[in-house]
Design a protein around this ligand. Sequence first.
Ligand SMILES: [Zn+2]
Length: 341
Amino acid sequence: MVRGLKTAVKHAAVAVVARVAPATWRWRTPGSLVVLMYHRVLPKDSPLRLSEQPGMYVSSETLDLHVRELKRRFELVHLDDWLRRAEQGQALPRIACALTFDDGWRDNYDFALPVLVKHQAPATIFLVSSYIGTFRRFWPNRLIDLIHEEFSQPGSVHLPEPLRAPVAAVLGRARARGRLDNEAIDPIVQQALKLPEDAIRALVDAAEGDRVAGNSVRETLDAHEIALLADSGLVRFGSHSATHFRLQDGTAEDVLTREIVQSRAVLQTVCRQPIDLFCYPNGVTGAAAVTLASRHYLGAVSTASGWHAPGGNPYRIPRVAVHDDISSTQDAFLACLSGWL
Ligand SMILES: [Zn+2]
């Protein structure tokens, strides 16, 4: 009953914000820019959703709804064009929006490109240079798969501490309910993100053992798909580092160079276009990473939530995260863009 009431109140709040907030956008600083952050575009019945965090995907239908709505309210721009114009003091659109997709998922070619072409919408895809054309997988997907395996075959996976206790707690509750969904696993991934990057990678490697050899699906883009995306004239590319290493304070200098500087050189060769934008893995903006990015790129995006305006720091551009959970209706999307809820 209380839960039903909460849901009803939330829906009412979303509906009000969706009507009121867009009317206030005209009073934003002239030249304001909203940068949207997407990751994957997966059909509702895609089995790939089973290995994914709930906040990582939209369906093609949701992306289509978003782009239609954005075209009515914003000038859609390439992020690098907007930054160049801002840097040179040229006139900017009254209110602009740039679409970005992180990680370089193969589904961006399969499912995002048709929507972008349909609406002639520009976008930037942030690639992880060492993942292009490979069967490598990001550790959160591998960890989610291991937890599902342990759920269906108890005792088959040996998770080291500090993962063992929280996983056991989640699996205990899931067994009592008879079902394990990825919403229940997500807090474990968030907890794991508190560990240093090297540490969590070693833990997942150890838990996975020799299973790693069995991957048969390539989930990230290859050079051919990248060329076809570029040929559309709508998609440009940026660097999302070499290995998706979180660049927190204290990261060794050679790692910073590999992830920020060398990834750019590799991507310029693979993409055959200038790589002028950087995207911090998991939005982690260590001071040295920001300084190094500012020496090699035109701008860089984080995962801090909000809008960007002329005069804002181009190496800490905030974004608005959008995924199916929070933006699959017109009202929810407009409320999400406003950042009020
Ligand atoms: Zn990422």
